[in-house]
Design a protein around this ligand. Structure first.
Ligand code: G
Ligand code: G
Ligand code: MN
Length: 521
């Protein structure tokens, strides 16, 4: 093909170039985000000429800007008519980033079409950035200031990609088709995609996968954290006349919401080598467990969960899949986030107690959570397995028990008598503070057998004997003894108590009271 056969100015004037549009899809929801604009040349003699043939010619011969202008001139009114929100991504050549007038040229066409600059995304291939970065940077900034988004195109194929990542204020990162096509077969390729997506995310960029052809790829990309996808699975580049139909076509929601089939596949991932029957049994155990179970990916998205967990969160199972913990349980998220992060760093954390207010009953709900890093066959952490137990009932019982203990204690303090509690061997469990007033003992001194030290030496053994006898007969005990009362000498006390029994009739403890005997000396 020679330049003379490609008479460009005529071709442009005659409308031989036309815009084609390829859909860009939000992977999680399956919603249409917009289109990428792709140039097509229908030559009257030669027929369709692909862009990789005429774009280099256009660049070399200096009519690439005119071509971009002509394409936008046709494309923007179509999209402005179609919807108020759909975006349009346009490809800009290396040379065009040296054209100081480019931003204003684009703006002029957009204004004329009534198409907001905020709906435009400028795609730049990394090789475009090889020379004269200063100028490219200032043009890119100008476009951004006008409202355009900036995407780094074909990421992973050009030169020195990592340097370019921060050379311009990119909003999006388009992962090259070559990685996507091999990722489901090749582990290394999957790792590259995972790393690129992670890189994009850590730089605050939206990641876009190019060349998505199968459900399996889409699912894996979503699993890895990609936001947008483009490829034959969602539609080949189409002419303007088809856009209405594409935009209004019912879209299947993202594969994660397609329930059973996918969630089974996701959970199968870790059980790949199990025979089907064992797998089904495991699945049944998982679903019927009395404990909430879930697996989160490294973006804290629910990849799998059982019914119990869905019930605890009060939302249907399907609603969780592909969504983040933050989206599903925003109120609890701040409490659990640090633990999930630690588990993602490889730490196992067991038995963290978390309290959440239950708005329905106004009673505190307590859960016990364990976090376990999940690793792939190379030992890399790919997510977190979480087990959650509802311990609200136990907590409420503990609280009730504590309350009854407190009631008992305050009763003891109010009593004019001197109550006491000892165990079956006579070790003191509790005495009223009046015992301390009388004997001058400190809080610690009466504990265990310490209380005996306040008794007259002659009365100690008889007192223990009386208790022992009463224990053997399981009868109330009554005895009298002297205690040393500092500054007063010996004070006679009468002690009466009754055994408290368990169901089998065994003595758990003795409860009793002391009275001062005024007239005995
Ligand atoms: O889908 P298609 O074969 O058209 O895409 C081939 C490549 O050609 C695209 O990835 C894109 O980089 C490039 N391309 C398509 N249209 C244009 C255009 O209008 N301008 C520029 N600079 N490149 C384009
Ligand atoms: O340079 P870039 O990778 O953007 O090239 C885009 C080219 O890839 C276009 O020719 C376009 O038609 C084609 N394309 C778009 N989606 C897919 C896809 O899902 N699979 C394949 N094999 N090609 C695709
Ligand atoms: Mn592109």
């Amino acid at each position: 093909m020679t330049n003379s056969t490609l008479d460009v100015s005529h071709a442009i004037a005659d409308g031989e170039f036309c815009p084609y549009f390829q859909p860009l899809i939000e992977l999680r929801t399956g919603k249409l985000r917009g289109f990428e604009l792709l140039a097509r040349w229908r030559h009257p003699q030669i027929g369709w000429i692909p862009p990789d043939e005429f774009i280099p010619t256009a660049e070399r011969d200096g009519w690439i800007d005119v071509l971009t202008g002509a394409l936008l001139h046709q494309a923007l009114p179509v999209l402005a008519d179609l919807s108020p929100t759909l975006t349009l991504a346009i490809n800009i050549s290396p040379l065009q980033l040296h054209n100081r007038n480019l931003p204003r040229q684009i703006e002029t066409v957009a204004n004329k079409a009534g198409f907001s600059m905020h709906r435009l995304v400028i795609e730049i291939t990394e090789s475009a950035l090889a020379n004269d970065m200063e100028q490219a940077r200032s043009i890119a900034h100008e476009l951004k200031e006008m409202g355009c988004g900036l995407a780094l195109d074909d990421f992973g194929t050009g030169y020195s990609s990592l340097l370019h990542l921060q050379s311009l204020p990119f909003d999006e990162l388009k992962v090259d088709r070559s990685f996507v096509s091999s990722m489901t077969e090749q582990r290394d390729s999957r790792k590259i995609v995972a790393a690129v997506i992670g890189l994009g995310q850590s730089l605050g960029m939206t990641t876009v996968a190019e060349g998505v052809e199968t459900e399996e790829q889409a699912e894996m990309l979503l699993w890895l954290g990609t936001e947008l996808g483009q490829g034959w699975l969602y539609g080949k580049p189409a002419p303007a006349v088809d856009l209405g139909a594409i935009a209004s076509a019912p879209r299947r929601t993202a594969s994660f919401h397609e329930s059973d089939k996918v969630s089974r596949q996701v959970s199968c991932r870790s059980f790949d080598n199990l025979p089907a029957q064992q797998l089904a049994q495991l699945r049944a155990v998982y679903d019927s467990a009395p404990v909430g179970l879930t697996f989160l990916d490294h973006n804290m998205r629910y990849m799998n969960l059982n019914r119990k967990l869905a019930d605890m969160n009060g939302r249907p199972m399907q609603e969780h899949l592909g969504r983040t913990v933050q989206e599903m349980i925003p109120a609890l998220f701040p409490q659990v986030e640090p633990y999930i992060k630690r588990a993602l760093n490889g730490e196992s954390i067991a038995g963290v107690e978390i309290t959440k207010p239950d708005s329905a009953t106004h009673m505190a709900e307590s859960i016990l959570v364990s976090y376990e890093p999940a690793r792939d066959e190379d030992g890399e952490v790919i997510g977190v397995s979480i087990a959650i137990m509802d311990i609200s009932r136990q907590k409420r019982m503990e609280a009730a028990y504590r309350e009854s203990e407190e009631n008992f204690r305050s009763m003891m303090e109010l009593s004019p008598q001197i109550p006491w509690v000892v165990d079956p061997e006579g070790r003191a469990i509790d005495v009223s503070s009046r015992w301390l007033d009388i004997t001058g003992m400190t809080g610690d001194e009466w504990k265990g057998m310490g209380w005996l030290n306040a008794l007259h030496p002659d009365d100690r053994q008889p007192t223990l004997d009386a208790l022992k006898r009463a224990s053997e007969e399981v009868q109330p005990v009554e005895t009298e003894y002297r205690v040393h009362r500092p500054g007063h000498g010996w004070q006679w006390l009468r002690s009466r108590g009754a055994p408290r029994l368990d169901e089998s009739g065994k003595i758990i403890s003795w409860y009793g009271c002391l009275d001062e005997i005024e007239d005995k000396t």
